[in-house]
Design a protein around this ligand. Structure first.
Ligand code: EPU
Length: 337
């Protein structure tokens, strides 16, 4: 373990803000959490940091950060059809996806190129291109920062929802996820229903795609739409796609005939926040060093010298404007610290 003070967080947050942590402990093994706990060095200011790809720092962090660097992968069990494989919470998510794709283990290939770590993936049940982490999730191990116990959470304990889980609600800030296990398929069934995936495959004249082809197609779609955090600071989707009543949607459709939606239930639909924000005129707008991305209005960006406060103010203006224009209360998806 390494312990540092007044630590620069610029490389540790994908918005690229120049903020500092009062204290940071870099954790390479679950035992180190136990040692810290027994030495009473974990307290109510302690927070866990994964890849920093879903956090908006609005100021220096005045507490203790526990940075997850727990690596490793363990095959738990295997049949002719499936493999149950656990990864250290500090493993890079995309590298994990590529490792599985290269082994032809299917189930997470549609989640290619999502920034962040394995340990953070269940917290907001990461999802993209027709897949969510909950579809392959088996269990996770998490160190309880209040009791010092290493707990196991099975699927039903996690209460997964759209960009949501137990760890964003009752369990918030209480757990350090050390390991996550997925059940992957050795006979992958590909999922190319969402958006442009099929069109990209057709364009490349791929008739019988492998999961590697699907992963490659998704990587190229993401690269064409989403800013690369190493070039332009961002946290991916800044807002969640709102779920609204169908009756409300029907009223909006009279005024905005091209409004998009995804079915949720008999009475509810999900509306793409990117569409709403674009329709309201925000897409590509720049305010000093921050702005709304030009190709995906759901993504707020830091062009270089912006601050977390500027992003937060921009987000608040957008929230207010979307409420006035569509009577829809958007919800911020990233954690604001
Ligand atoms: N749209 C617009 N304008 C925009 C953005 C989107 O009109 O600026 C429209 C698109 O034309 C399309 C619809 O909205 O009809 C959906 O767009 P897209 O496929 O880009 O997906 P999204 O709903 O905007 C969600 C996730 C993304 C994920 C994509 C693909 C959320 C909050 N975001 O975005 O996740 O990559 O679907 O599955 O659900 C992330 O979480 O960081 C993230 C990027």
């Amino acid at each position: 373990m390494s312990e540092r003070f007044q630590y620069p967080l610029k490389p540790y947050n994908t918005f690229g803000f120049n903020v500092f942590a009062k204290q940071i402990n870099i954790i390479f093994h679950p035992n180190e959490l136990n040692e810290l706990f027994l030495a009473q060095k974990i307290n109510e200011t302690s927070r866990v940091l994964g890849g920093g790809s879903n956090i908006l720092f609005t100021q220096d962090f005045e507490g203790q950060l526990l940075k997850n660097e727990i690596k490793g992968r363990t095959t738990i069990s295997e049949t002719n059809e499936t493999i149950d494989i656990a990864f250290g919470g500090g493993e890079n998510w995309h590298e994990t996806v590529i490792y599985c794709v290269n082994n032809n283990w299917g189930g997470i290939e549609n989640l290619s190129l999502i920034p962040g770590t394995v340990g953070a993936s269940p917290i907001q049940n990461i999802g993209a291109y027709g897949s969510e982490i909950k579809d392959t999730f088996l269990w996770l191990k998490a160190f309880n920062l209040k009791t010092g116990e290493l707990e196991t959470f099975n699927y039903s304990d996690c209460n997964f929802g759209y960009r949501d889980s137990y760890f964003k609600r009752e369990g918030q800030n209480n757990y350090f996820i050390t390991e996550v296990c997925f059940r992957l398929s050795k006979n992958p069934v590909i999922n190319v229903q969402y958006g442009d995936i099929q069109a990209v495959l057709d364009n490349a004249k791929i008739e019988f795609p492998t999961i590697k082809d699907v992963s490659d197609a998704i990587i190229s779609i993401r690269q064409s739409k989403l800013p690369n955090p190493s070039e332009i600071g961002n946290c991916g989707s800044f807002f969640k796609n709102p779920v609204i009543l169908k009756s409300h949607f029907n009223t909006l459709q009279e005024k905005f005939p091209d409004i998009k939606s995804f079915p949720v239930s008999d009475t509810l639909v999900k509306v793409p926040a990117g569409w709403l924000i674009e329709k309201a005129g925000w897409k590509g707008k720049r305010f000093g060093a921050v702005g709304v991305h030009e190709k995906q209005a759901l993504v707020l960006v830091n062009y270089g010298e912006g601050t977390g406060i500027e992003i937060k103010n921009l987000a608040q203006n957008i929230l207010q404007n979307i409420l006035e224009t569509f009577e829809i209360q958007l919800e911020i998806e990233v954690n604001v610290w």
